[in-house]
Design a protein around this ligand. Structure first.
Ligand SMILES: C[S@@+](CC[C@H](N)C(=O)[O-])C[C@H]1O[C@@H](n2cnc3c(N)ncnc32)[C@H](O)[C@@H]1O
Length: 332
């Protein structure tokens, strides 16, 4: 490998000092131990997840041992092993992505999606969440040049990059997500489409180029922005990843960082529109984070956070709804 390429590779793989990375992990560990101290139960218990993964491996081993290796038993074993494999893959991806972040990691009880990062942009359009869906989401925001926009749980950054073009170089578009792997893809996409990665810390440099989206590792329940900073906040397909208490805390944070009179545009899982969608999704009623959505409680959560009015703006693929919630203007 030539010296410049080696340098470039080193720059991409290890731009962070060991100290920064250690601080990131220390913060995550601190947060985890606080939760343990408060006897707080995470929404998707890591123990339950590990037990399920172990049970899947044992099941696959028993099937192959008792019935031997046949096409059918192999298929069963592969299906059973896919769960621990995806978990391991997600863990490995997040470790790798954390190593190239120039900022500390964050801990959340929301369900981060490290494992999905490499394939997310591929499968979203297959699920009906392609370009048309993004345009419909943006339409409800009515973005104007010069506005400050935030996307909470931005994933690979598809929506916030489009929003960045609409607010132009006089505006600002920031995406946050606690998943290092998602943000790694978002940043790669941002550099590829001509806007500029850089994270909030490299803001000055990034702002030199027009229409840039910026990304930051953060969770909705602890937004690292001052009060009243944004004109518009987006939350796209994210709230159903949060357990009820984190949903409440996150919505209060969005309310805080919005300007008075600002709008919050949400698209998320709602009560299914037809019986056949119920037939597919009813098991999700057993998970607190998705049950709130399926019971149609998102508007009441928004009102409890202070948003008024909260307007339903239509449906998407029989399962999702759009809402626009306003932070009331300041009283003179
Ligand atoms: C289904 S993806 C949606 C991504 C993107 N908004 C979109 O519309 O394609 C949900 C995202 O929420 C993120 N997430 C999970 N917990 C979160 C939290 N506490 N705060 C912010 N984002 C969170 C996940 O990491 C994931 O990237």
């Amino acid at each position: 490998m030539s010296a410049p390429r080696r340098e470039e590779r080193k720059r991409r793989v290890l731009p962070v000092s060991h100290e920064t990375r250690a601080q990131g992990w220390a913060k995550v560990e601190q947060c985890r131990s606080n939760c343990r101290g408060r006897r707080e139960r995470p929404p998707h218990s890591p123990i339950a997840g590990k037990l399920c993964a172990a049970a899947a491996v044992i099941f696959a081993a028993i099937v192959l041992r008792v019935w031997g290796v046949t096409p059918f038993t192999l298929l069963l074993a592969i299906i059973a092993l896919s769960y621990p494999a995806v978990r391991l893959y997600g863990w490995w991806l997040s470790r790798r992505a954390l190593a190239v972040l120039d900022e500390p990691a964050t801990h959340t009880h929301g369900m981060t999606m490290n494992y999905a990062a490499p394939v997310y942009d591929f499968y979203c359009p297959l699920l009906g969440l392609g370009a048309e869906f993004r345009q419909e989401t943006l339409r409800h925001a009515d973005l104007q040049p010069g506005q400050q926009v935030l996307d909470v749980g931005c994933g690979t950054g598809v929506l916030i990059r489009l929003a960045a073009r609409m607010v132009g170089d006089t505006g600002e578009a920031v995406g946050i997500d606690p998943s290092p792997a998602m943000l790694q893809v978002a940043r790669r996409n941002a550099s590829a489409d001509g806007s500029r990665d850089g994270g909030v810390r490299a803001k000055q440099e990034a702002r030199a180029e027009a229409n840039c989206a910026m990304f930051k590792v953060a969770a909705i329940e602890a937004l690292p922005f001052e009060a009243g900073r944004f004109d518009v906040v987006f939350s796209s397909c994210m709230l159903h990843h949060l357990p009820p208490d984190v949903k409440r805390a996150g919505l209060a944070e969005v309310y805080r960082v919005l300007k008075p009179g600002g709008r919050f545009v949400i698209v998320d899982v709602d009560r299914p529109a037809t019986w056949w969608v119920w037939l597919i999704v009813w098991p999700l009623l057993f998970m607190p984070m998705t049950a709130v959505n399926l019971r149609g409680e998102i508007p009441s959560y928004l009102r409890a956070a202070g948003f008024e009015p909260v307007n339903a703006k239509g449906r998407w693929i029989k399962l999702l709804s759009f809402w626009v919630a306003a932070k009331p203007p300041a009283v003179p």
